[in-house]
Design a protein around this ligand. Structure first.
Ligand code: SAM
Length: 267
């Protein structure tokens, strides 16, 4: 269709996504920084700061978090640091789940350089967001479910949301950071040409891999806009409507909608 992109049959998508992330695993961090000019770090910081994980009252059992599509542990490490630095909480734990063992291996390598290495605070699991499996991940287990730049790679968003709902405890929070629709038309044009020409080019130069980065750009375009995604979260049973810088809403846009954060609470 557009820009020479080939439509991918649904059942082939999962293995394609696997290949994409295997081939980018080792260059993933460099590329992320190059593509977003380092901004993804700021977005991840504000995502975790907003969620404010951890608790000061350590007479209660530690908060249980699950970071799905957790790849290189960008979110998991921020959650752990936030809990420790803000709440002196070292009871909180994060289960990191990713479909791709190569991405998980990159994450594990990073965790090895931190104080969380070999502690019960972090664990790694190969698993599919769409079907986590009720044996490994029983119902009503987690206080916080996060998924950052992962859900758009999944074949079925409703399946991911259903699993998120299942594994969360009642009162638990679902939080998603994802590329989104730029709302300002002029800025949208600039952003479109940037993503369609610059990103695959950077992929070629920095990672020698144009196709994987072309795929990433296409997957961003296909993902539903903010309103539709918020409705899907509600349809999965979540109550949306957090407080974002004093204003109520189901989501908040970052950088004019290049990315957005959606949250929901399991009722
Ligand atoms: N959360 C990390 C971050 O923000 O840097 C990694 C994001 S990376 C763009 C997307 C990740 O989603 C990859 O590690 C990929 O292996 C994983 N992924 C793709 N499809 C998945 C699925 N169905 N279940 C679990 N993980 C998946």
């Amino acid at each position: 269709t557009h820009f020479g992109y080939r439509e991918v049959p649904k059942d082939a998508k999962e293995s394609l996504v696997k290949d994409v992330f295997s081939s980018v695993a080792s260059s993933y961090d460099v590329m992320n920084d190059a593509m977003s000019l380092g901004v993804h770090r700021l977005w991840k910081d504000s995502f975790v700061a907003h969620l404010n994980p951890g608790r000061a009252d350590q007479s209660r059992p530690g908060m249980r978090c699950i970071d799905v599509a957790g790849g290189t542990c960008d979110i998991a490490l921020r959650i752990l640091d936030h809990a420790r630095e803000r709440h002196a909480d070292r009871e909180l734990s994060v289960d990191v789940v990713d479909i791709n063992p190569d991405m998980l291996a990159e994450g594990a390598k990073r965790v090895r350089k931190t104080m969380y290495h070999n502690t019960p605070q972090i664990a790694f699991h190969v698993g599919n967001a769409q079907d986590l499996g009720s044996e490994a991940f029983p119902d009503n287990s987690y206080d916080l479910y996060t998924i950052a730049f992962g859900i758009r790679n999944c074949t079925s968003v409703p399946d991911v949301l259903r699993e998120a709902y299942r594994v969360l405890k009642p009162g638990g929070t679902f939080a998603c950071l994802e590329f989104s629709k730029v709302t300002q038309p002029l800025f949208a044009q600039v952003y479109d040409s940037y993503s369609f020409s610059v990103i695959p080019l950077l992929g070629t130069i920095l990672a020698g891999d144009r196709d994987s980065y072309q795929y990433l750009v296409e997957s961003i375009r296909r993902f539903p806009p903010q309103e539709d995604f918020a409705r899907m979260i509600q349809e999965a049973g979540f109550a949306t409507g957090g407080l974002w810088e004093g204003k109520r809403g189901a989501w908040t846009d970052l950088w004019g909608g290049i990315a957005s954060i959606h949250t929901g609470v399991k009722l």
